[in-house]
Design a protein around this ligand. Structure first.
Ligand code: 13P
Length: 343
């Protein structure tokens, strides 16, 4: 695939205020989320859960791409269509999580590095043959006393860049996800400092590995105080700090930035995105979403593992995606929450 084709794919995913649904939880993670609501987790219940999202009527208005997990990309819908084809038929670009998870980083207690580069070229080719058009790799960086270390930041940046270069070689758009975690009691200033440093290291590594910036998407955290910090920043502060950090460290050639939600409350994640698109300042990239929990949580609660609740779960998902898409276009208003809820 040419660089132009990769850039076209990247732009199509976020066209017109669309964003990405991250539905790539591993069976283990999804089992934990289902167990928290005493819903049994089997390959079949996980398929039914994902199918609820993928078949939500009209959802392609707001969702331009879905990140699948290895189990899901091999599954078929209740009517026998491969889930990946079902998405493509609706005009939603299918993607695939390809990292093997974050493991303890040797020599750096308390830090992790994401693994999965061995054999990645062949896995990417196989996923492409199955219909995936983009991929995702997540690095996790924690903030703590003396953390992150340069060793952790650079090891993760290097792995992200090796992954991104392999994706582009195999014709897949890489979503590059360096997540600075919101776990801890750090201030928003510290989050800004660490996020800036991480983004700088990631783009240095991407440059070194000859990654085409036009043919990728960046999936960062927002700049936010740690969840245990006594002073939580206002929505405007988060928006201003996030935009300032991105403008300092993300080249304008990147077509779009699709934020992760990272454990934020779903309405707050919408408000933050809306404010990021409303505050002044240079915005050379589209600023949209690639939320997992923030897009799924309400629907999961309403669904509760019961097939008769699928339409209500779809209604909840449609509403949240509609609000997030309005936020990506800078048109979100808090009143939309009650308007759509009563619809
Ligand atoms: P959250 O939005 O729940 O953080 O998930 C996004 C994601 O893909 C994490 O890798």
């Amino acid at each position: 695939m040419t660089t132009t084709a990769l850039a076209d794919t990247a732009r199509a995913i976020v066209a017109g205020g669309k964003g990405v649904l991250a539905a790539d939880e591993t069976p283990r993670t999804l089992t934990q989320r289902l167990a928290a609501r005493t819903i049994e987790s089997t390959a079949e219940t996980r398929r039914a859960y994902r199918e609820m999202f993928f078949t939500t009527p009209g959802i392609s208005e707001f969702i331009g791409g879905v990140i699948l997990q290895d189990e899901t990309i091999h599954q078929r819908s209740s009517t026998g269509t491969p889930l990946v084809d079902l998405l493509a038929q609706e005009g939603i670009t299918p993607g695939i999580k390809v990292d093997n998870g974050a493991r303890p980083l040797a020599g750096s207690p308390g830090e992790r590095v994401t693994e999965g580069l061995d054999g990645l070229r062949d896995r990417l080719a196989a996923y492409r043959d199955m219909g995936a058009r983009f991929a995702k790799w997540r690095a996790v960086i924690g903030i703590g006393e003396g953390l992150p270390t340069a060793g952790c930041v650079n090891a993760n940046a290097h792995a992200l860049a090796r992954y991104a270069a392999l994706c582009q070689e195999e014709g897949l758009v890489p979503i590059v996800e360096p997540e600075v975690l919101m776990d801890g009691a750090h201030t928003i200033d510290r989050s800004e400092q660490v996020t800036g440093r991480v983004l700088q290291a990631v783009f240095d590594a991407l440059f070194e590995q000859n990654v085409s910036l036009e043919g990728m998407l960046l999936k960062p955290n927002m700049v936010i105080a740690g969840q245990d910090c006594e002073r939580q920043a206002s929505v405007e502060e988060v928006a201003t700090a996030t935009l300032r950090t991105l403008s300092r460290h993300v080249p304008p050639a990147v077509p779009a930035i699709v934020f992760l939600s990272g454990g934020q409350d779903h309405v707050l994640a919408t408000k933050h995105l809306g404010a990021i698109n409303q505050v002044g300042g240079p915005k050379p990239w589209k600023l949209s979403y690639s939320y997992g929990r923030a897009l799924q949580d309400e629907a999961l609660e309403v669904w509760d593992g019961r097939s008769e609740n699928v339409p209500a779960g779809q209604h909840a998902f449609y509403h949240r995606a509609k609000c997030d898409s309005a936020a990506a276009l800078g048109r979100y208003r808090t009143e939309m929450e009650s308007e759509a809820a009563s619809a």
